[in-house]
Design a protein. Structure first.
Length: 187
């Protein structure tokens, strides 16, 4: 199976996101392009349970063969797995100095473009969530030969590793790789 894992900003994925109209249009165009370029047949997305996402809407508009699926753990499922508290206690660390946005084994660095950055450390329960997300995605994908996973930037590497272990052909990308994207976070 071909799997595109696309790191997203949760503040841009919802239909009613607060990001600028230009950024939301660019995100929609990026997803549409990736769906067509990779012949995607299924979208699995880490998403809030009650909001409609751009990925969900495109899945319907483009009549993908497999229905869109939210692959994230619900709050109750996290509690049942014993990881809720740890997940809720992670605190991104604001640090001075410009650092290019990138994944690292120990976490995710987000360049704030104001000579500072956020470091979001990984915690052990991230692997539990990513295992759950990959299982839900594979279940939803069924016999699809090409799927797209939309997840927070933080989970890209973990999911890519899991899918790679299964022998899938994995491609990773992230919205921060595109000039139109600006996290717009003021520390």
């Amino acid at each position: 199976m071909n799997i595109l894992v696309l790191g997203i900003d949760h503040e841009i994925q919802m239909m009613d996101a607060w990001r600028s109209a230009a950024m939301k249009a660019a995100y929609r165009a990026l997803l549409t392009s990736k769906l067509q370029q990779h012949g995607v047949q299924f979208i699995g997305e880490e998403a809030p349970p009650i909001c409609q996402t751009v990925g969900q809407q495109l899945s319907v508009e483009l009549a993908l063969p497999r229905p869109w699926r939210n692959i994230d753990m619900s709050e109750q499922t996290r509690k049942d797995a014993g990881i809720y508290e740890e997940q809720m206690q992670r605190v991104p660390i604001h640090r001075p100095g410009a650092v290019q946005t990138h994944f690292h084994l120990g976490g995710f660095y987000l360049d704030l473009r104001n000579s500072s950055h956020l470091f979001c450390p990984r915690i052990p329960s991230d692997a539990v969530r990513e295992s759950y997300m990959s299982d839900r995605a594979l279940e939803g994908a069924g016999d699809a030969s090409s799927i797209m996973i939309l997840c927070g930037n933080f989970h890209v590497q973990g999911l890519a590793e899991i899918f790679g272990i299964h022998g899938d052909n994995v491609t990773v990308d992230a919205v921060y790789n595109y000039a139109w994207y600006d996290p717009g976070i003021d520390p």
